[in-house]
Design a protein around this ligand. Sequence first.
Ligand code: CTP
Length: 435
Amino acid sequence: MIKVITYGTFDLFHYGHLRLLERAKALGDYLIVGVTATDFDKIRGKINVQQSLEERIAAVRETGLADRIIVEEYEGQKIDDIKRYAIDIFTVGSDWVNYFDYLKEYCKVVYLPRTEGVSSTEIRSKAKPLRLGMVGYSPFLKKFYNESQFVNAVTVAGICVPSPDTLPELKENIDIYTTEFSKLLTNIDAVYLHSHPDKHFTECKMALEQGKHVLCESPVTMKVEEYEELLQLAEKNNCILMEAIRTAYITAYTRMLLLLKSGKIGEIVAVDATCTSLTSEEHVGNNKKWGALEAWGPTTLLPVFQILGTGYEMINKFSLKNKENRDFFTKLDFSYGKATASVKVGTGVKSEGELIVSGTKGYVYVPAPWWKTDYFELRYENPADNKRYFYQLEGEGIRYELVELANAVRNGKPDFYINRSVTKGIIQVMENSLS
Ligand code: CTP
């Protein structure tokens, strides 16, 4: 029996995929099809895939050509699979010619001519991209704009900045609206808000009232009551209201949460998160300086609430304020009965920006800057048991966040990365601590 194996993403299954599978099957008697896992695609930079792994597997299964379907999850897996399944022939389309010659050591390698004129990329590009407007302070928005270039499903159509000269380099590509937020709204499908948190409620409300989707930097509002009003409005107008904390979309961070939930360090007793910056350039938008808690609070609170929940019993607060009565350092301690959490934020104080989660069997250590990490460690009493985890990261999570916004809008369902109780928890802390 001749065993053949082939791999692909098979997003939005098309005629080229079908022809490839038919010819692959005809090369032998038994065909194994490897479908790439979404996370594997994500860490190798293929972030625009639209369908879930389950949908892509179902499409391959429906052809009736695959005798077995497997999932491709890691670099180098092809060699393992060829050995494990005693494969005779590895085949892929001619777009990969020579690329897989290294597999000739293990089996025969056949490159099949690629079907002309069709590809998943092309099908995806025919869908109308989400027209996004940006609002806020310039340096970060430039980064955000650059990141949006990696996301096919989104195009930045306009920007609302304090002065027309704030982003000269973007002028050629996008329309600039100085303070004319309502005008910007008429030309877009969704808006990204990176304005001062004090302005979020009004801006979110205006956008949602006009049926525009919203991606809003955290805290979405400064009062829980306001957030609830926005949620109702979003529901009424069939809009997505999504909180933007880019850390939540980073693979290393999400994997760390899963390991914690599966008990790898035992019962969790403490979460300690620190974020500080001396140059708070990113956070001086709209002519208003940001306090440390406004700038960094949501990021540090994210792991606390995602790991321990929002059912804490009390908070202790220590804050240092400047002449303008804005905090430049704040430390919050949460008591949960059987666990505790502590967050330290600063815009005028420097500390080690690490995240430590302590448990009864071991701890998680995420080195600085943990909020844009590609790496973390599980550490135990016996150092020989320690484990290190690395997940490729591109663009600080911003491009993944944008992909999720486009997916949420397409599916008409909020994304599942940050649930509403966490968003509310963050707002509640801001409300209690800043009012
Ligand atoms: N393939 C093909 N002819 C096409 C498109 C794909 O023969 N017109 C083959 C590829 O060479 C590969 C397999 O189908 O062996 C799965 O390809 P995949 O990368 O999933 O599809 P693409 O359409 O190339 O996807 P993308 O545009 O996202 O790269």
